[in-house]
Design a protein. Structure first.
Length: 120
């Protein structure tokens, strides 16, 4: 029983450490990516639109602004898993965006302008 107790305590400590690491990575305080620059801001995704008489619903694709916000998350050191969670996209999409970020030059890339919106 003592051995089992030690194993359980060790596993609990490992899990607490993992949670603390993830919580720190998901924190956006002090990054400047809050308010209208929030990763889940509605302007980061394409909205539904009309094509003639037909309504085409939102398909979840990122706008150019959304891609730039995604790249800025990589600029500050977020992992693809954290970016996927913060942006509300799949891990596969986040990994694809990571490859695009690397192709664009990674940390040395030229940052695009991001349109700001009133957050009031």
């Amino acid at each position: 029983m003592k051995r089992l107790h030690r194993i359980i305590i060790t596993q609990i400590e490992k899990e607490k450490s993992r949670i603390n690491t993830l919580s720190a990575e998901l924190d956006l305080n002090g990054t400047g990516l809050t308010g209208d620059l929030d990763p889940r801001h509605p302007t980061n995704r394409r909205s539904g639109r009309l094509h003639g008489d037909d309504y085409i619903p939102s398909n979840g694709h990122l706008t150019k602004r959304g891609v730039e916000i995604c790249f800025r998350l990589y600029d500050i050191g977020k992992s693809p898993l954290a970016v996927a969670y913060l942006m509300g996209i799949t891990l596969r999409a986040a990994k694809g965006r990571y490859k695009g970020w690397l192709k664009a030059g990674g940390l040395g890339r030229i940052k695009a302008e991001v349109q700001r919106y009133n957050s009031e």
